[in-house]
Ligand binder design. Structure first.
Ligand SMILES: [Zn+2]
Length: 577
């Protein structure tokens, strides 16, 4: 026993010395060669300050971080050298909340996110139709409630631009769809169609459908959509991967998919084409049963997880959204005598959460209104009472958290629940100031997207975009988190400005915070020896830029798994936010 210990200690000290001696034989001290180095950067390893200039990579791992001179000693003839030219070097962005396949689909649809008026939206649709006049169906997404007088569009407004074929325009939040008359007719929706459970066919004073379908009522028209084939879906995902790479996003976390979609990523991984790290939460709708759980456990057994693809999480939807009054709130909306629509009963949510917690799964719950958020926290507290935590610990999450009750802010830290938030949702455009804030009323709006309060109370944050709800580009959301202003600087005082975060916190949340949220902080989210070589080189030094201009960086180079997968000179330029 003693001999063994002595020997091992001896090896520990002699090993490196012997290596140094060997290297020093004939060419002087020579460092081990790198496959790739990045030099002359402002390297931010995570957790406080940019402390280095350069990094060396071998295979798919970082093996040294230091000054440019230190790292240059690892250069050999075969080394790929990237000159960061003074730009910031960060761990790759990790988007903690996306819908990746829908994101890929959105790249092929009319984008209404920038439309500020009905006329803008109609023009964007007209332009899209004339660019591809043969489409049998016109699909779009991204419109905002605040764009339309009264907060909702009408089928007549859509008929004015597309009347000869069905047109469906999904709201940016995915909770409402705007259909033209042709689409309603094809789906058989008339004044006599009843509202489906958890859904609403909006009707005018005469009882006629207006063309707006909320929540599950969207399913009535979605049935007329042609389903992409298996190969088309793989292509959409590959398109989404290229988009991610061009934005410096190297990891994504999918907030809800079915097992069939999971198999698409597994197939790409087998083909060596999954060039983004995917963490997948599988959907667990109301009534999710032991049998459903058994199917997910089977899938997890087949796919226990690799550095590229893993699951082990479920996604639930506690409520809807504030803009359409479907988020569950404790007190009625300020402008409507209603408290929203929780999707699960308390008993059903507690049962599902406790069942999956007991099996060691992580749980994501979409919860936006203060009642939805409280239901989710209560369900996590209920599960914590019912079982001991699994070996890896509990890291349950709440997604969105738009209007939290003051009493619930400290519960995130107390219960170890991660606040997974999407800063650009708080972008204070008219949709937020004139629809969102008016719906919840001033008191609740004073805690709008309260990431700083949750963090100050000891809670952990993860950031993302909710792509395609907003674009996958992290820059606009970084700007919102830093300034609480729009991209053109409004309102000057900021929207609930006490929720601003310093740059280091914003970057840490979008990298290390997100990595923690998927149990992967040991492999990614910071730059240190042994970490996966997922890096992004930016065009500017974020740490000297005035806060208003931080968002103006370009992604120069994206390194994924040790390989350059995007460089601005060669790939499609990443546009301004
Ligand atoms: Zn989402």
């Amino acid at each position: 026993m003693i001999t063994f210990r002595t020997r091992s200690r001896l090896l520990d000290t002699v090993g490196p010395l012997a290596l140094l001696g060997l290297a020093g034989c004939n060419t002087g001290p020579k460092a081990e060669p790198a496959d790739l180095i990045i030099v002359n950067g402002k390297l931010y390893p995570g957790g406080g300050a940019p402390t280095a200039e350069a990094v060396a990579v071998r295979g798919n791992e970082i093996f040294a971080v230091g000054t440019s001179a230190e790292i240059d000693t690892h250069r050999s003839e075969a080394t790929t050298v990237i000159d960061a030219k003074g730009g910031t070097v960060l761990p790759g962005f990790n988007d903690a909340h996306v819908h990746f396949l829908s994101g890929g689909e959105s790249l092929d649809r009319v984008n209404l996110f920038d439309a500020e008026t009905v006329g803008d939206a109609q023009q964007a649709i007209r332009d899209f139709v004339s660019s591809a006049p043969d489409r049998p169906l016109v699909l779009g997404r991204g419109w905002l409630y605040g764009t339309f007088p009264g907060g909702l569009p009408t089928r007549q407004q859509l008929d004015e631009v597309v009347s000869d074929r069905p047109a469906l325009m999904e709201c940016y939040d995915g909770h409402t769809v705007w259909a033209n008359s042709k689409a309603l007719a094809l789906a058989g929706i008339t004044r006599d169609t009843p509202d489906p459970p958890n859904g609403l066919i909006v009707r005018d004073a005469m009882g006629e459908p207006t063309g707006v379908l909320k929540e599950s009522a969207q399913g009535l028209v979605n049935e007329i959509l042609p389903q992409p084939t298996h190969e088309e879906k793989l292509e959409l995902i590959k398109k989404a991967i290229r988009r991610a790479q061009s934005l410096g996003v190297t990891s994504v976390q999918n907030a809800g998919m079915d097992p069939d979609e999971f198999e698409l990523y597994a197939e790409l991984e087998r083909r060596g084409e999954l060039d983004v790290r995917m963490y997948a939460a599988l959907s667990a709708p109301p009534g999710f049963s032991e049998e459903d759980a058994a199917r997910y456990e089977e899938l997890l057994k087949l796919h226990p997880g690799t550095p590229l693809l893993k699951t082990g999480a479920i996604k639930m939807f506690a409520d809807g959204v504030i803009e359409s009054h479907t988020a569950a709130v404790l007190e009625p909306y300020a402008n409507l005598d209603a408290t929203g629509i929780p999707n699960y009963t308390v008993e059903d949510m507690n049962r599902i959460v406790s069942m999956m917690d007991g099996k060691g799964w992580q749980i994501f719950i979409h919860a936006i209104g203060d009642r939805g958020i409280r239901m989710a926290l209560d369900a996590y507290a209920y599960a914590a009472e019912a079982h001991a935590p699994p070996a890896r610990g509990r890291r349950h999450r709440i997604e969105h958290i738009e209007a939290v009750s003051a009493a619930d802010i400290p519960r995130f830290a107390r219960l170890g629940v991660i606040a997974s938030m999407q800063p650009f949702h708080a972008n204070p455009i008219p949709n937020v100031l004139e629809v969102w804030a008016v719906n919840v009323g001033a008191e609740r709006a004073s805690r709008a997207w309260a990431w700083k309060s949750i963090k100050d109370a000891g809670g952990r944050l993860a950031f993302g975009t909710d792509w395609p709800v907003v674009d996958l580009d992290p820059r606009p959301g970084i700007h919102t988190a830093l300034t609480r202003r729009t991209l053109d600087g409004k309102p000057e005082a900021g929207f609930v400005p006490e929720q601003r975060l310093p740059l280091e916190d914003v970057l840490d949340t979008w990298t290390a915070g997100s990595a923690y949220a998927s149990f992967e902080e040991e492999r990614k989210g910071t730059l240190a020896p042994g970490m996966l070589a997922d890096l992004v080189v930016l065009s500017t030094d974020l740490f000297v830029a005035p806060i208003e201009t931080v968002k103006d960086f370009q992604v120069e180079t994206t390194v994924f798994d040790g390989r350059v997968v995007y460089s601005r000179g060669n790939g499609a330029a990443s546009a301004s936010p």
